[in-house]
Design a protein around this ligand. Structure first.
Ligand SMILES: O=C(O)CCC(=O)C(=O)O
Length: 273
């Protein structure tokens, strides 16, 4: 039985900017999801890499799809972002023992070293994106679990926007929530966060799934769409944050997940009249 209710989760994400939802993936089912993510990471990347980031995860495994529309996740997303919401990005994260802490940042469009971003200080105080970080192994201070600065969604800027705080120095008020496999950390994407140091002897496995309101423009991130193709050609790189899924992959998704991912199906027929 989950111990955090929908209402409590909404209150915490609204006021404190974060909340841990326990057992979004039931304990008996976590190993299957973890193995699916590890299988993709073995296919995609050199096992010796200290951090393997897997962009467009939903196009590579759908093992986590049964959980993305969980009542509390959608309850908070709807309360903060309105309806309908969409899943903007899905990433696998695998960090090896010894992998060090990265930099404080907010997530796009609050990752302020990117070209496309919200101006800072932010011109409006509004939730625009929600990041969820899924523990598939234990997340804690030893394994390099996500560090956050509670309340920082209301600070109007973050260290990647040169706000006077060092991006690489621990913040006095930070905390690293302890999460069991299957738990999910839900944050307003403006919350300052980073991975911690993995000082354990265990590989940390997780996922990031982000939720966006209906008006949020993911075209610039979606491989195959003209806005993405033009931008990436100018930059000479191809980001893999959002990868399209096939109609077959879409058809096999659980019904509750379909509305969240409809926008990334390729080969959709367009009716012009
Ligand atoms: O690895 C983590 O715990 C944090 C990942 C992160 O910062 C992100 O996905 O934006």
């Amino acid at each position: 039985m989950p111990s955090v209710s929908v209402d409590e989760a909404i209150r915490r994400v609204t006021v404190e900017g974060w909340c841990v939802l326990d057992s979004v993936i039931p304990p008996a089912e976590v190993a299957g999801v973890r193995e699916a993510v590890l299988e993709v990471s073995r296919r995609e990347a050199d096992a010796d890499k200290p951090r393997i980031g897997i962009g467009g995860l939903i196009a590579k495994t759908q093992a986590f799809a049964p959980y993305v529309a969980e009542e509390r996740l959608l309850g908070v997303a709807h309360a903060r972002l309105g309806r309908p919401v969409r899943i903007s990005m899905t990433h696998g994260i695998v960090t090896a023992p010894g992998y060090g802490r990265a930099n404080w940042h907010g997530d796009w469009p609050f990752s302020l070293r990117q070209d496309q971003k919200v101006l800072h200080p932010y011109p409006v105080d509004a939730p625009m994106h929600i990041t969820t970080l899924w523990a598939l192994t234990e997340f804690n201070a030893a394994t390099g679990g996500t560090a956050i600065v509670p309340g920082s969604h209301r600070f109007g800027n973050n260290p990647s926007g040169d706000n006077g705080y060092c991006e690489h120095t621990p913040a006095p008020s930070e905390l690293q929530p302890h999460m069991e496999p299957g738990d999910v950390l839900m944050i307003d994407s403006r919350v300052w966060h980073t991975n911690g140091d993995n000082v354990s002897d265990r590989t940390r496995v997780g996922m990031a799934v982000r939720y966006a309101p209906w008006w949020f423009n993911v075209h610039v991130l979606t491989a195959g769409l003209s806005q993405y193709e033009r931008t990436m050609a100018e930059r000479g790189e191809r980001g893999d944050d959002v990868m399209p899924i096939t109609p077959e992959q879409y058809g096999a998704l659980p019904d509750a997940a379909k509305p969240l991912l409809r926008h990334v199906v390729i080969g959709q027929k367009v009716r012009v009249a």
